[in-house]
Design a protein around this ligand. Structure first.
Ligand code: UDP
Ligand code: LCN
Length: 796
């Protein structure tokens, strides 16, 4: 690319110079993708610039992710496709273009931030690429997020290539499985893979003669003589089928049989889920600081997992009680929630509990108060050790899967799974890195408030120790054509004076799998299912919308029959609730057509304990005053009762209103699923998960929060069209319902997660030695980088 550009520079020197100079003279240290493409498009629209229209510069400028401007030099990072990066520098004075290395580019960005930094200064390079050798990697970007399918193909093609070895590995893996001290599937009588193949044939013949419904109690004695144990299936027919899959795998492995067999192995009975930060509780917590979708996700996930585990155990013909423990922080100052209780049964389950472990100060005292998720890093190691003791006491150390959530839970899951020797799954929910522009490069400015030096280090460690990672969407891993994925942003970045990441994660790693969450269908059902709605709840919600203003509500709607534009979120700046209120306040058309309903934060600022939230609350009051909104906007406190929230969406749908999710960035967006599932037409940010959840114009609409005027006109246009054609509202409403039902359900989620756990469990078993070196490297990174950084946080 650089050669072709250089040829154009020589041929069209003056046009090229003018284009480059237009970037330099902006005097911005960094130019973003849109700045660069817009500058190019604007210039080629001029007469002088038109010669560059179809030049190689067009490709470079349109694919430029970012340009660092250092004096007269423009350093380009170019993303031709997902994970396909190139770097080049254009020297505007010398009119030269050449390609540079990733290190060269990162060094330039560091010098932009640290003016005067020595170009050759030594830095700590973090590079995981040497550890990848010999491990499989996807090639086609379309396969990203379908790691398990790839791994199955790889396993069946390569593991068994080495005649004899793959069989033995599988045999040893099967030997590991036991429950409550009793072996499952095979016992010591079978000594090796060859012997297994022989007895399998005998067992299959034996089962063919038995009645299809015969259970272990009828066929077990004969099978045990051959060396088999329970776990193959509830009935003779299922046992035979499972054995058939194994025979096929041992004879001539192919991906489908291998996947089918692995996903039947009885190996997941005890699961530990980690979610340390925030107020993790079953009621009265949602909307509190750091407490949102993650809590909803985990509670629904646990219920779905328990159901699926019970179903699997039943089908496997076993009689074992599964157990799930969600480990969170014990909060003595619980602010009226149950977060000060050490143990709670999770509603809707038989065997799942929330177990709370306190944070302790350096001197070992229990820390009583809530601590922002940005400041909890120094407490986590001790928390992990204490959690381990609790797990050993409850589960006897017999854990089959550890699932981490968010950066803190993922770090603890890395520490725990290492010590317990079990499969580790991580779920990011929201990686903070992409929420703030250049959060790595400007980490020092963020440090006092956000402590990203700890968080990004923790993220790198957990992503790389994880056996598998699940994400809610594709874009979370690999972004879109124009935007870098959340995980992709960890591939390489720099934190000046701390370290430079040359390879932090690879989006082509088969550990990534998209497993999307669902909604609780008992709570978020369509507004039109009137027989399921409870009048008392409807009345309560109508009171919330139309009642008198007071301590928990501001505004009273003068024209209550107008449709409602509803938004609900934690009052975190990134949710941009204020941006939405302001765009409404400034749009005469919208103010004429509709009222607004906002649920979030506290109307009384003194009730909030979080500074960022208090700032938002105060600004909201200012907007009410400035734009005189009291008779068109109703603002109610955060809603902590889920049933009420479900009914609130439906009441807004009754008004033929809509839901708007205006976040500057939304990692996934459970409110989007909830409102769609309630049959409320949904308008959501085009940055993040909603872009993938909603098919624009079919199951909702995408809006760009950076262009408030266009959001206002999209909303207003929709309302005007619905006025003329009420069917339009109905189409969007149904589109949303259909989309959620087809794509976002918890039962699909649970099936897939458990199946992944078994397959990656097998993969961990056979690839263990190869990964030992990575583990050691990460241990060092933890001790030498993470811990000292965590200790800089004041624990007082
Ligand atoms: N929520 C709520 N009451 C509020 C604000 C939010 O019940 O006042 C719930 C909302 O229904 C959703 C979750 O909190 O289930 C927010 O999840 P989402 O993924 O939209 O955002 P997050 O807060 O996790 O960033
Ligand atoms: C955190 C977020 O910020 C949301 O976007 C997600 O929906 C939620 O977690 C659940 O994964």
């Amino acid at each position: 690319m650089e050669k072709a550009i250089q040829e154009w520079i020589v041929a069209e020197r003056s046009a090229c110079y003018e284009l480059f100079a237009s970037l330099v003279t902006r005097e911005a240290p960094f130019l973003l993708h849109t700045d660069v493409t817009e500058a190019f498009d604007a210039y080629v629209a001029t007469e002088a610039g038109s010669v560059l229209q179809d030049s190689p510069l067009a490709d470079a400028f349109h694919a430029a992710q970012e340009v660092a401007v250092l004096g007269e030099r423009l350093y380009f990072s170019i993303r031709k496709a997902v994970g396909d990066w190139h770097y080049l520098v254009i020297d505007v004075e010398a009119m030269e273009c050449r390609s540079i290395s990733l290190s060269g580019f990162l060094s330039a960005t560091e010098r932009v931030v640290n003016v005067g930094q020595d170009m050759d200064a030594r830095v700590l390079n973090v590079d995981l690429s040497p550890f990848d050798r010999g491990l499989p990697r996807l090639k086609d970007p379309r396969s990203i997020g379908k790691g398990v399918e790839f791994l199955n193909r790889h396993l069946s093609n390569h593991i068994f290539e080495d005649v004899g070895k793959g069989d033995e590995r599988l045999f040893h893996f099967l030997r590991l499985h036991q429950a409550q001290g009793r072996p499952l599937m095979i016992n010591h009588r079978i000594e090796n893979a060859r012997a297994l193949q022989q007895v399998l044939a005998q067992a299959e013949a034996l089962l063919a003669d038995a009645s299809e419904d015969a259970e272990w109690s009828q066929v077990g004695d004969a099978l045990a003589q051959l060396g088999f144990e329970p776990g193959w299936g509830r009935t003779a027919a299922i046992m035979r089928e499972t054995m058939g899959f194994l025979s096929d795998v041992l004879e001539a492995p192919e991906p489908k049989a291998l996947a089918e067999f692995l996903s039947r192995i009885p190996m997941i009975f005890n699961i530990v889920i980690l979610s340390p930060h925030g107020y993790f509780g079953q009621s009265g917590v949602l909307g509190m600081p750091d407490t949102g979708g993650q809590v909803v996700y985990i509670l629904d996930q646990v219920r779905a997992l328990e159901r699926e585990m019970k179903r699997n155990i039943h089908d496997q013909g076993l009689d074992i009680k599964p157990e799930i423990i969600v480990i969170t922080r014990l909060l003595p100052d619980a602010e009226g929630t149950t977060c000060d209780q050490p143990l709670e049964l999770i509603q809707g389950t038989e065997f799942a509990h929330i177990l709370r472990v306190p944070f302790r100060s350096e001197s070992g005292e229990i820390v009583p108060e809530w601590i922002s998720r940005f400041r909890i890093w120094p407490y986590l190691e001790r928390f992990a050790l204490e959690a381990e003791k609790e797990i050993r006491a409850r589960m006897g150390g017999r854990v089959d899967l550890v699932i981490g959530n968010y950066s803190d839970g993922n770090l603890v899951s890395a520490l725990l799974s290492e010590r317990l020797g079990v499969v580790q799954c991580t779920i990011a929910h929201a990686l903070e890195k992409t929420k703030y522009l250049h959060s790595g490069l400007y980490w020092k400015q963020h440090e006092a408030e956000h402590h990203f030096s700890c968080q990004f280090t923790a993220d790198l460690i957990a992503m790389n120790t994880a056996d598998f990672i699940i994400t809610s969407t594709f874009q979370e891993i690999a972004g879109t054509r124009d935007n870098v994925g959340q995980y992709e942003s960890y591939a390489s970045f720099s934190m000046p004076d701390l370290y430079r990441v040359l390879k932090g994660i690879d989006v082509f790693d088969p550990k990534f799998n998209i497993v999307s969450p669902g909604v609780n269908e008992d709570i978020f059902f369509p507004y039109s299912e009137s027989e399921r709605r409870i009048q008392l709840l409807t009345d309560t919600c109508m009171g919330l919308i139309h009642g008198e203003p007071g301590e928990e509500a501001r505004g009273q709607l003068r024209d209550p029959d107008k449709p409602l534009l509803f938004t609900m979120a934690r009052l975190d700046p990134v949710k941009n609730v204020l941006g939405f209120l302001e765009l409404y306040a400034r749009s005469d058309a919208l103010r004429e057509q509709a009222n607004v309903l906002i649920a979030g934060g506290y109307v009384r600022p003194d009730r909030s304990q979080d500074q960022a939230e208090r700032n938002q609350i105060e600004r909201m009051h200012q907007l009410f005053e400035e734009y005189k909104l009291d008779d068109q906007v109703r603002w109610i406190d955060m809603q902590t009762d889920k049933n009420r929230v479900g009914e609130l969406y439906r009441c807004v749908a009754d008004s033929r209103g809509l839901f708007i999710q205006p976040a500057l960035f939304e990692a996934f967006g459970l409110t989007v699923l909830e409102s769609m599932s309630s049959g409320l037409p949904t308008f959501a940010t085009c940055y993040g998960g909603p872009r993938e959840i909603i098919e624009d114009g079919i199951s909702g609409f995408h809006v760009d929060p950076n262009h408030p005027d266009s959001v206002a006109s999209v909303l207003s246009g929709f309302l005007a069209r619905v006025d003329e054609d009420p069917d339009h509202w109905m189409q969007l409403s149904q589109g949303g319902i259909d989309r959620v039902q087809a794509r976002y359900t918890w039962s699909l989620y649970a099936q897939r997660l458990l199946s992944l756990s078994r397959i990656y469990g097998f993969w961990k078993h056979i690839s263990g030695i190869k990964r030992e070196a990575t583990r050691r490297y990460l241990e060092m990174f933890y001790e030498l980088m993470y811990k000292p950084r965590a200790q800089t946080i004041d624990q007082g």
